[in-house]
Every structure is written in C-alpha cells, then in structure tokens.
Design a protein around this ligand. Structure first.
Ligand SMILES: [Zn+2]
Length: 87
C-alpha cells in the first residue's frame, strides 16, 4: 500500500478488509465493518489493490480509520455564480 500518501490510523487491521473481486458487483456492505451501505451510497473513498480488488468504507469507517469526513452538498448554491455568468 505504499505510494498513495494516505495511511489508516493506528489500530486499522488490513486483514479485516474484505476485498471485492475486480469484476464483482458493487458491494452493498462496508468492506471493513460489514455494515450495510445505503442503496444510493456514493463512497467518496475507494481503495484498489494492485490486482484490481476494491474496498469500500462506510462513512463511519472513513472517518474513524482514514480521518475523512463527508458533507452533504449544499442545496442552495450561492447566486454569485449566476452573476458571474452574465458578466
Ligand atoms: Zn464500516
């Protein structure tokens, strides 16, 4: 796992990661804790092994092990963008 510049936090166990086969259907479970992922879940973070196996993490695991936080997209984007278009 060298070379990506992102390391899991202390206590993370690589042996617990359930890697999905390269052509497997998209997983509906967290590859680490096994928790169910929402149907429309969009993982912000995927791990791929050199052989193409991939792992997905639920938001809790992303935050706990990788220090990543997810935010919902704002519903109202600033209208400043519209004005810039007209200029
Ligand atoms: Zn998880």
């Amino acid at each position: 796992m060298a070379g990506i510049g992102l390391e899991p936090r202390e206590g993370f166990e690589w042996s617990r990661v359930r890697w999905a086969a390269p052509n497997a259907r998209r997983t509906d479970k967290c590859s680490y804790c096994g928790g169910a992922l929402p149907v429309d879940y969009e993982a912000g973070f995927w791990l791929f092994s050199r052989k193409g196996y991939c792992a997905t993490f639920c938001k809790a695991c992303q935050t706990r092990w990788w220090g990543l936080e997810c935010f919902d997209e704002p519903e109202d984007l600033p209208e400043v963008l519209d004005e810039a278009d007209e200029a």
